[in-house]
Design a protein around this ligand. Structure first.
Ligand code: MN
Length: 197
């Protein structure tokens, strides 16, 4: 199964002014593409060449000699998932199943938003802030570099990329402002509800 770069699910300028077309030009067109190209090269001619991306990630995570493959393959998955977490006119309080679950399990939307933002702000260096299902309950976690909840038995529902390449052109060092814009204007709650199943 070839590893391919998925198209963005929106026009590159659709999320302006919160995320610029210039950021997507690099983040999707250069960074995400490089992870795809590197993964393809690393699996070429190996027994992982015909495997699905998720299987490649799990196999590489279990083998310390495949750290480079893990980093690239997990970053392919994390970015493809991240794009789907974004939408024009998104963010703010959710509706549907996720809204009730946030109220019941995370202390309501305001507490969720503060805790999710804090997870992203306090992730030292590069990484990700996630809303996941852990044994059927919502949890907020962060991960470093390419690490992904997929390898920890957790089901990802929502993610924010907090690598500097995700926000530096638009926000410079102001990661908290990027996360606030993500929460207020960009979260695709329809995608989160669909992930809940
Ligand atoms: Mn990124």
């Amino acid at each position: 199964m070839p590893i391919t770069l998925p198209a963005l699910p929106f026009a590159p300028n659709a999320l302006e002014p919160h995320i610029s077309a210039r950021t997507f030009e690099f983040h999707h067109g250069k960074h995400h593409k490089a992870y795809v190209d590197n993964t393809s090269k690393l699996i070429e001619g190996t027994d992982l060449a015909d495997k699905a991306l998720e299987a490649i990630i799990q196999a590489a995570a279990a083998d310390p000699s495949k750290k480079g493959l893990f980093n690239n393959a997990a970053q392919v998955w994390n970015h493809s998932f991240f794009w789907q977490c974004l939408k024009l006119g998104g963010g703010g309080k959710p509706s549907g199943k996720i809204a009730a679950k946030i109220d019941a399990e995370l202390g309501g939307y305001d507490k969720f938003a503060a805790d999710f933002k804090n997870a992203g702000v306090t992730q030292f260096g590069s990484g990700w802030a996630w809303l996941v299902l852990k044994e059927g309950k919502l949890a907020i976690v962060s991960s470093a570099n390419a690490e992904t909840p997929l390898t920890q038995g957790l089901k990802p529902l929502l993610v924010a990329d907090v690598w500097e390449h995700a926000y530096y052109l638009d926000y410079q060092n102001r990661r908290p402002d990027f996360l606030q814009a993500f929460l207020d204007h960009l979260v695709n709650w329809d995608f989160v509800n669909a992930n809940l199943g």
